[in-house]
Design a protein around this ligand. Structure first.
Ligand code: ADP
Ligand code: ASP
Ligand code: MG
Length: 781
């Protein structure tokens, strides 16, 4: 039976609402038999630490304030979550425990670890009762019955046997952070230690995976609360996660990875605030490329130490319950100690330590092997430019430490992040559809990569066609992709494509859809879930049913991903840019009209009555100006879709059917099949010639036009044949061209007009390159 461990940190249990969310995650994503490890709710451990400090200082006022605070926080959670009879029994148990703490304070018998353990015990009891209330079979466990240490060493055999109590038919809610020594006394595993409890328990129950649920969507390049542009990494390797933890980063406890050594247990960090979002997997070496991270160092002392014996840093770290980092610098060894513990550590080191810097802050940059020295020099220069005086700099191969007097503010951290971390990001490109436009796009790509690579490294890693696909995470050569395709392409299976995309270890990924396939467009939500930006010439997603379309847009926004589709209307013509620009500059578009179909533009411009309309249609078909079945063009659907895309661009929440459609053929031809169409072309000719005659009577000509009127009392959105004056911009249009006529507040009498070829493989491919360029440029910022 495959089992999993789910660990919920304090941030996931900070309020009754958070408990609701956690219970939902457990009931939907965990199974009976799984282990649910919980930390103390919210900041409870910090408050208990404060209680301990007040006890040591015999500060009576603080003691009673802190006790009152604890009681209030816990009883509120209990009252909000539990109903009778659980509420009463849990409240009375809490009252008893708080009374015991008071008694121990009064009789000077309070013990630190036992006191701190309450945070986790309260969480486990509350969550287990809450799950039971929801009819789930849940039981709370005190980890002191499961995890024993003798002389600081975990007793693996004993522990494994004890873990047999964790039943297969129930949710086992276990306290994180705490364990027992051989005599049964409480010991703790250090701050953030519940992560470690989770991986230990996973090892003991032979779990397949551990999920660390927290308040961020995984591990980022830096604290996403401080730097908005922090990048979420899909995968990071264990060594880098470990180094981050040793440097005091809270996202994982330093020992979390130890129990996973030589195991295949999967470890992921994910968000309990957005359980469906992407996560970060911590993988074994070699399975992820090395990334860059900035981690803050706030208020540390730097000690020069001598004669450290093996394991001593671990012991010291256990005593202060905090990660400790030691490193060699020059001929000396240094220890980075949170300032509040520095006296305690100095005392324990009995004369072997020297305070070199006190109360310093700053940062560490974790990076790919070999980059630490260069990054230290660059960071030093950037900080000097930004008026930060450094006190100490220590470069190493795979990281560097820079200490200064004050904590670095968000602005400075952002500058460092932009210049030192963002620059190392790469963009992976996957191109789907290698027909006319797609083939030209790839041809142009080779030259374009030279330009893009000046912004950020861009690699073509995947090619997809309707039957086959080709993937190479290290990059495909656009120059000779056809050779590689011959020998390495594999059948196209959408599930496999999605696997490839989520496995791709790039900071940025983009799927470029140059297909005309509706079923491929239906995969967009899953591309977005896999962290991909979207660029498409395909019109289906942009005109899909409104709820689907809006959910996709929201998902993109949530993940900070872009969707560019400039070529879905007017090929390379910058119509989307122009509309966006008008909106961004505060203008209001009042009317948008034009000819949006190259085929219909060609047909209408050439029709003067001297030859039947159907002959022109067949001629267009022969020359490849129309779709293979020209009825697709004549149906007007394509123009209707284009108008919908532009209307949505203008913020209108329309569906396709909200746009009135008059096809360029009579109903009988729409209803019939291809043979009927061919046999009855005369119906088409009669239809068009009749309308043309009516137009001519008014000295007008026919154009197949799209119209969007935003200023009218009632929204007008329609496509169809329209009589226009002979000198109208729509009438004088070069056959085959598109035209977009925009009237806005600022372009009222004299409209803004965009005109030119609205189809063609070169211009369309170039338009897609424009989207790729703007995407790369915005990512490189
Ligand atoms: P939990 O209560 O779930 O154990 P912690 O507060 O211990 O959570 O750790 C999560 C916090 O770590 C986040 O809220 C975030 O502010 C901080 N953090 C710092 N650096 C990073 C990073 N590189 N990636 C993600 N989170 C980070
Ligand atoms: N509650 C403990 C702490 O705050 C352990 C943990 O959260 O992992 O450090
Ligand atoms: Mg934590």
């Amino acid at each position: 039976m495959s089992r999993a461990v789910h660990k919920f940190g304090g941030s996931s249990l900070s309020s009754a609402n958070r408990y609701h969310a956690v219970a939902n995650i457990i009931l939907s994503q965990a199974s009976e038999g799984d282990v649910i490890v919980v930390s103390a709710a919210g900041k409870t451990t910090d408050i208990l630490v404060k209680l301990w400090q007040s006890y040591q200082q015999q500060d009576q006022q603080a003691l009673s304030d802190v006790l009152a605070l604890l009681e209030q926080h816990q009883s509120e959670l209990i009252q909000e979550l539990l109903v009778a009879p659980f509420q009463q029994s849990v409240l009375s148990a809490l009252a008893g425990e708080l009374a015991d703490i008071s008694e121990q304070i009064n009789t000077a018998q309070l013990q630190e670890a036992q006191l701190l353990a309450h945070g986790e015990l309260w969480s486990a009891r509350l969550l287990a009762h809450y799950l039971k209330q929801l009819d789930a079979n849940a039981r709370a466990f005190d980890a002191r019955q499961l995890l024993t240490l003798a002389d600081g060493q975990l007793q693996h055999e004993t522990n494994k046997q004890a873990c047999a109590q964790l039943g297969l038919t129930q949710y086992n809610v276990v306290t994180g952070f705490i364990a027992a020594d051989e005599a049964g006394n409480t010991v703790t595993l250090g701050r953030n230690g519940s992560d470690y409890s989770a991986t230990l328990l996973a090892r003991y129950i032979d779990a397949q995976s551990v999920s660390i649920w927290t308040d961020t969507q995984g591990v980022f390049s830096t604290d996403p609360r401080k730097v908005k542009r922090a990048i979420r990494y899909g995968k990071i390797c264990r060594a880098q996660a470990n180094l981050l933890a040793r440097l005091g980063n809270p996202v994982l406890h330093a020992k979390t990875l130890t129990p996973l050594k030589d195991s295949t247990i999967k470890l992921v960090v994910r968000s309990s605030f957005d359980s469906s979002s992407a996560a970060t997997e911590i993988v074994t070496e070699g399975l992820a490329k090395q990334k860059r991270f900035i981690t803050n160092l706030d208020n540390y002392d730097l000690l020069k130490v001598a004669d450290l014996h093996e394991g001593e840093v671990g012991e010291l770290s256990r005593v202060i319950q905090h990660a400790l980092h030691h490193f060699d610098h020059g001929d000396d060894t240094f220890l980075l100690v949170p300032a509040q513990y520095s006296n305690q550590i100095s005392a324990l080191l009995t004369g072997r330590s020297n305070l070199v810097e006190s109360n310093v802050s700053g940062l560490a940059i974790v990076c790919e092997q070999g980059a630490g020295h260069t990054l230290a020099a660059q960071a030093k220069a950037i900080l000097a430019e930004n008026n930060v005086t450094l006190r100490f700099v220590s470069p190493h191969d795979e990281y560097c430490i820079l200490l200064c007097e004050q904590q670095l503010d968000t602005d400075r951290l952002t500058i460092l992040h932009d210049q030192l971390v963002s620059v190392s990001q790469e963009l992976a490109v996957i191109v789907a559809g290698l027909g006319n436009v797609g083939a030209v796009f790839i041809e142009q790509l080779e030259k374009q990569l030279l330009r893009l690579n000046q912004l950020l490294p861009v690699k073509l890693v995947g090619l997809v066609r309707s039957q086959h696909m080709l993937f190479n995470p290290s990059g495909l050569n656009p120059e000779n992709w056809t050779d590689t395709w011959q020998s390495q392409a594999v059948p196209f299976i959408s599930k496999e494509l999605l696997n490839h995309l989520s496995e791709l270890d790039y900071e940025h990924k983009v799927v470029i859809d140059i297909t005309a396939s509706e079923s491929f467009s239906q995969l967009y939500p899953q591309f977005v879930d896999a962290g991909c930006h979207l660029i498409c010439a395909n019109k289906y997603a942009g005109t899909a049913e409104l709820n689907w379309y809006q959910a996709l847009q929201e998902n993109l926004k949530l993940r900070n991903l872009q969707w560019r589709y400039n070529t879905s209307v007017g090929a390379g013509l910058p119509i989307n840019f122009a509309l966006n620009d008008l909106l961004n500059s505060g203008d209001k578009v009042e009317r948008l009209t034009g000819v949006f179909s190259g085929t219909l533009s060609w047909l209408c411009a050439h029709y003067d009555g001297s030859q039947p309309f159907s002959e022109l249609v067949m001629q267009a078909k022969e020359m490849g100006y129309s779709e293979p079945d020209p009825r697709e063009d004549l149906s007007g659907r394509d123009v209707q879709r284009k108008l919908l895309i532009l209307a949505r661009e203008l913020g209108l929440t329309l569906d396709l059917d909200d746009i009135e459609l008059s096809p360029l053929m009579p109903q009988a031809l729409i209803d019939g099949d291809w043979d009927f169409f061919i046999d009855n072309l005369v119906l088409l000719d009669e239809y068009v010639s009749k309308l043309a005659a009516q137009a001519a009577a008014q000295n007008k000509v026919l154009r197949y036009a799209a119209e969007l009127e935003l200023n009218a009392d009632k929204l007008v959105a329609k496509v169809g044949l329209k009589p226009v004056d002979k000198d109208d911009a729509l009438a004088t249009l070069k056959p085959g061209d598109n035209i977009f006529v925009i009237n806005s507040q600022w372009y009222q009498d004299n409209p803004l007009v965009i005109q030119g070829p609205g189809a063609g493989k070169e211009v369309t491919a170039a338009g897609i390159h424009s989207d790729l360029y703007w995407l790369s440029k915005s990512l490189a910022k």
